[in-house]
Each structure stands twice: as C-alpha cells, then as structure tokens.
Design a protein around this ligand. Structure first.
Ligand SMILES: Cc1cc2nc3c(=O)[nH]c(=O)nc-3n(C[C@H](O)[C@H](O)[C@H](O)COP(=O)(O)OP(=O)(O)OC[C@H]3O[C@@H](n4cnc5c(N)ncnc54)[C@H](O)[C@@H]3O)c2cc1C
Length: 635
C-alpha cells in the first residue's frame, strides 16, 4: 500500500546536467528539494564527449553562470585542457571549450549537491506523477507528488522532469540490444505510460556515442597534437583567472580514410540505423560515422579527435566516430585509422533510443500548459547536449521556485540570451530531431556574446535570488567602468602632432589630417586599446574584462547599434501579448493552416506566433489588426 515518505516543496526527477542545475536552484532559493536518480554514482554523468562548451555551447555555460548556475564553476575546477575557439573570427563566435576529467566532474558536482542546504539526493526510480483536478478549470490539473518504485510517495507542490536519455532507453550495438540507459545503467521503464495517461505527447529520439580506447594501444606519433591555450580563460565569472592556470593535457587529431569508408559501406546492412531497427530520430549535427560516409560520400576523409577521458584513466574518447555498427566492424573500422592500428576497445560505440516530449506543450517558463507545477528540462525536452540541458534545468528550477513563491517567472527572450533562443526554439518549433544549439540560430548574436553574459544576465540572477549581493555589485561597478571609459575615449581628442603621427606611422596606421578621438583611433584594425596606452597618459588602470568590453563596444559600434535597432522591432512584437482565451475561429481571414496551428499551440505573443511554422506574415498582420480592434488590451 503506497505510503507518504516525505512532504517537500519540489521533486526533481533526474540528476543529470539539467536535474543538478534545477535542484540546486530550488534549494538555493530556499525550497525543500529532493533530487531522484536511478544511480547516485552517475550524478552529472558525461556519457558522451568529455568536454564542456564549444561553439555556442560555451555561450550557454557563460549565461548559466551569470544567472547563478553551477556548471561553469564545476568545469573550472575539473578541466584538464581549455581552448578559446574561433579567435580568428569576430567576438560573436568566440567560444570557450574545456576538456573535463569526467570522474572528477561527476565527483565535484556530487559534492556540491551533497552539501547543499535544503537538498536531498535519493537513488530511486520515479514511476508515477500524482495530480489532482483544479477546481473551475476544466481539463487542468496540478501536481501533488511522485510515487517511486518502492511504492513510497513524496508529496510536493512542483515536479521538474529531467529524465534525459533514460526513459524506456534501449542501447544498440549492431544486433546486440540492451534495455539499459547509458553506460549500462538502469533504464526508467514506468514513467512514460503515466505521462501518456496525463495526455502528454511523447516522442522517440536517439543519439549515439563513439568507442573508448585503451590509450596505451594508440600510436600518437601518427597524429597531430592539439594542445590547450597557454593562458586559460575561466568559464565562471566568479572564478579567479589565476586559479585556472595549470598544466594541461593534449588532444590528438587523425583522419578516417578510404579503407575506413569501405569497411563501413560494406557493413551498412548490419547497422541498426540502416537496417531500420532504430526507431528514434537522431541529431543531424552530431552524425554517426555511418551517416557521414553515406551523406558526405564525396569527402575522402573525416576528422577524428582522440580526447582523454580523465587524468586517472587511460581511456580515450574517439570524437567524430560515433557508431552503432557491430563490434567486429567497429574494431576493423577504428583499426583502419592512422594511429589506431593496434587499438583495443574498452567500451563499444553504441546508439541509444529514449522517450522525450514535444516541448510545444510547455510555456516559455518550461511549465506544462496542462499541468500546473509540472516543469521539464534537458534531453527530455528534445534537446541534445550537456550545456543545453543545464541551461534549461536552471530556468526550470528558478521558475518552479518562483511559481511556489507566487512570483512572475523568468522568461529570457531571443534578444537577451542564447538560453532564450534555445527555449523559444524548443517550445515553438516542430523539432523532428534532437535540438543542438548553434550560433547561427541566434539572430542577435553580436549582442549575445559569451564575453558579456554577466552584463546581460547577472541582474536577473540577482533578482531571482541566485546571485549574491557582492557578485551583483561587482557587475554594476563593471558596467559603470565600461560606460565611463567609452565616454572618456570618445571625448579625449588627439591632434595631428608629430609624436602622434610618429606613433601612427610606427603602427602602420595612416596619419591624422585633423584631430581625432581616441575612440576613433581604437576603431582602426591595426590599433588597439593596449597600443594606445602610449598616447593616452590620462588613462586609469582598468581590469582586463572591462578593457575587453570597451574595445568591442568601440570597434563594433556600428554593427552593435544596428542590431540594437533590430531588437527594438523584435521586442515590439514580443510585447504584443495574445490572451490565452482568444478564439481563433473569430479572427476573420486567417488562413486555415494558420488557424489550426494557432489553436493547437496557443502562442503567448504575436512574436512567438510569427515563429510557428505555417503562420505567414500575412496571418500575423491579420492577427495584429484583430488584437488592436477587437480584443481588450492584455497586460
Ligand atoms: C550514448 C549517448 C550519446 C550522446 N551523444 C551526444 C552527442 O553526440 N552530442 C550531444 O550534444 N549530446 C550527446 N549526448 C547527450 C548528453 O549526454 C545529454 O544531452 C545530457 O546528458 C542530457 O542531460 P540531461 O540532464 O537532460 O539528462 P541525463 O544526463 O541523461 O540525466 C538524466 C537523469 O535522469 C535520471 N532518471 C531518468 N529517469 C528517471 C526516473 N524515472 N526516476 C529517477 N531518475 C530518473 C537518471 O538517473 C539521470 O540522473 C549523448 C548521450 C548519450 C547517452
């Protein structure tokens, strides 16, 4: 007979990257929280690539850190190599990536959770969500608790589902199929049925991972060494940059070749993907090596990165060669790669299928439209990647807490953060495969740089209660310093005097005809804030991160100004709210497809409506006129 084990505020189902951030946010905002996982030894497990960050994912980690999340701090304590990517390009695409010691990453995150006040870890499979009808709101329910496999009940007022790749998980390595989660962990086999009974639309996705090799059996002399950066930049705005300057390990680059491709082509019929055994849809932007060979058959070779899994193991991750081919084929294909001729596989490559949801059932707060107090985040929402999961987890944690406190949720829009782009795309678009973040998805990426995430988001984290007074004051001071210095450089004029002309000539910069401001000079590609120190005796010593912002603000002023104008236009559409009770059948001259889509997804704003596929600009004009004339203004 089910018994009540405990009464808490929030239950977080899952201790992966989403669950950890969600649970820490709730507990740090003072709510009594329990976090469930099928294995307490797999907290913040990295079942795939041994790195955090990379293009656009680094932006997510910086934003999450600025809001008061944990991932940035955790990787700063456990990284073994760090690299700033795309430094030859503009600052909008500069992105940090750090190789993690996987075992230390998990251990450190577990330590943080174990010592967090108001937080309890529970190793148990959650099998059922408990709900009750909301009086006077037909078809609407609210969360009242969860039941675990031992039939014990945890009563609570909010649940955050972060089940990742575990729901009805199935792992495939050729013909060998196991009903387990990643790394052979237990699969969660009960919850999906309960979710379906609650009317939640489910989907089946898949992803894959490459083999892990015994590093002693790899010939690195046949590969290109990929060392880390000499000067490491930390992920967290709270990390002292000096504390992360330490010896690093290298990664190694090699390539597949025609022999590799032949082995794969000759065995495609034994690939669960090509034999049609796999039901789930995989990520287009993390293709398996089979997919690469079939879809990019014109390419003579594909990059393969050997990445250490940690300092206390010889295991090496074979980046770029994820697969679900049978073991014998795997061994042949890996051994055809230069440097891997004698490799030994410690863990086979495999594909994993799992249940997740259509996230269009969620509000921008990540709360389910039909079930009050039920939130979700991570791979369960149809995304892919540690960083995407952690970012959603933090927002879901903050918003579940704010809901229980009776406060307005934190909704980040597409002009404020990559997190805003991520969530808006998940809840608005018809994502038919796991969603991975990319810089090209962010319209306003020049404003959403990884270097200014603190300036954009610290205040929001502070108001939510996750950023300390000290951290908030520090960013206010930084903003002030940037503003003052930009102003000073704009107002400080230098004349065409001999010393100035000599300075300019020495730096191959064209001489001045008339007086110019220091700001104008900084904008010259061959000059920089640092170089101008020689002709700017009045300057005060400023922190490196302030100088970085001043330089970007001045050098990209035109582009930034234009993008800020676009954001004003965007915000006007986002602020046009649509009442959730609106009857779209009453809106004349809406096209049928648009009427159907709007009725189904009930966008919260005209801006969101404009991003639903099948709703045209003409439909948006019709809607705007209708809202203007026939609907009382909604605050
Ligand atoms: C084989 C494999 C390959 C991958 N390849 C890639 C890739 O190439 N690129 C990429 O970006 N990402 C990849 N990923 C995805 C990446 O691992 C995930 O994006 C990330 O881990 C998602 O984090 P999460 O918190 O949503 O879920 P997870 O990290 O999966 O954590 C889920 C948590 O939920 C718990 N749980 C689940 N159900 C229950 C239940 N009913 N009761 C209690 N606890 C429960 C589990 O114990 C676990 O703690 C791969 C993952 C796997 C497994």
């Amino acid at each position: 007979m089910a018994q009540v084990m405990e009464r808490v505020d929030v239950c977080v189902v899952g201790a992966g990257h989403a669950g950890c951030e969600a649970a820490l946010a709730c507990a740090r905002m003072g709510l009594e929280t329990v976090i469930f996982t099928v294995s307490a030894d797999s907290i913040a497990l990295m079942p795939c690539n041994p790195n955090i960050g990379g293009s656009s994912k680094g932006h997510l980690v910086r934003e999450l850190d600025a809001l008061g999340g944990e991932m940035g701090k955790n990787i700063d304590k456990t990284f073994i190599q760090s690299k700033m990517l795309n430094v030859s390009k503009g600052p909008a695409v500069h992105s940090l990536r750090a190789q993690a010691d996987k075992a230390q990453y998990t251990a450190q995150m577990r330590r943080i959770l174990e010592n967090q006040e108001h937080l309890t870890i529970k190793q148990a499979e959650v099998c059922e969500l408990l709900t009750e009808e909301i009086e006077g709101e037909a078809g609407k329910k609210r969360i009242t608790g969860v039941r675990i496999f031992t039939d014990m009940i945890y009563e609570c007022r909010a649940v955050i589902l972060c089940t990742g790749t575990y729901l009805n998980a199935r792992c495939l390595c050729g013909e060998a199929i196991t009903h387990t989660g990643p790394n052979g962990l237990q699969s969660a086999v009960h919850l999906t049925d309960c979710l379906k009974k609650l009317g939640i639309q489910m989907k089946r996705f898949k992803t894959g991972t490459p083999a892990r090799m015994d590093g002693r059996t790899i010939d690195f002399s046949k590969m290109e060494e990929q060392p880390g950066d000499e000067r490491v930049v930390p992920f967290s705005f709270s990390t002292d940059p000096e504390s992360v300057q330490k010896p690093q390990v290298s990664c190694w680059l090699t390539y597949t070749n025609e022999k590799t491709h032949e082995i794969i082509r000759a065995n495609l019929d034994r690939s669960p993907i090509y034999a049609g055994i796999i039901e789930g849809t995989g990520p287009r932007y993390c293709p398996s090596i089979e997919d690469k060979v079939v879809k990019f058959s014109d390419k003579p070779r594909h990059q393969v990165f050997l990445e250490p899994e940690g300092l206390s193991t010889n295991e090496m991750y074979v980046g770029g060669m994820s697969s679900s081919l049978p073991e014998d084929v795997q061994l042949a294909m890996y051994r055809s790669v230069p440097g891997l001729e004698h490799c030994k596989i410690v863990r086979n490559a495999y594909a994993i299928e799992y249940d997740c949801i259509d996230a269009r059932q969620l509000y921008p707060s990540l709360e389910f439209r039909q079930i009050r107090g039920l939130f979700s985040a991570g791979q369960f929402n149809g995304s892919s990647g540690y960083e995407e999961a952690a970012a959603q987890g933090l927002i879901a944690g903050i918003n579940a807490s704010l809901r229980l406190m009776g406060r307005e949720p934190v909704i980040l829009d597409r002009s404020q953060a990559y997190i805003g782009v991520l969530i808006d795309d998940l809840i608005t678009k018809d994502n038919r495969e796991p969603y991975r973040m990319m810089t090209s998805r962010a319209e306003y990426r020049l404003l959403l740089r990884q270097d200014n995430a603190d300036l954009r988001l610290r205040e929001i984290g502070y108001q939510a209660g996750l950023v300390s007074e000290e951290e908030y004051r520090a960013v206010c001071c930084k903003k002030e310093q940037i503003k003052k210095e930009v102003m000073r450089l704009k107002e400080t004029m230098v004349g065409a005097s001999a010393p100035i002309q000599e300075f300019l000539t020495r730096h191959e910069s064209s001489p001045l005809k008339t007086a110019a401001s220091l700001a104008e000079l900084i904008c010259r590609p061959e000059l920089s804030y640092e170089l101008l120190a020689e002709i700017d005796p009045a300057r005060q010593k400023l922190p490196a991160d302030v100088i970085e912002q001043v330089e970007i603000e001045l050098k990209y002023e035109g582009y930034i100004g234009r993008q800020r104008k676009q954001v004003e236009q965007f915000k006007r559409m986002e602020e046009k709210k649509i009442p959730q009770w609106l009857d779209y059948d009453e809106v004349p001259s809406l096209r049928l497809e648009a009427r159907q889509k709007l009725k189904e997804f009930r966008p919260v704003s005209v801006g969101q409506a404009s991003r639903i596929s099948g709703v045209s600009p003409a439909d948006i004009s019709v809607l705007l006129v209708f809202l203007e004339h026939y609907v009382p203004t909604v605050k």
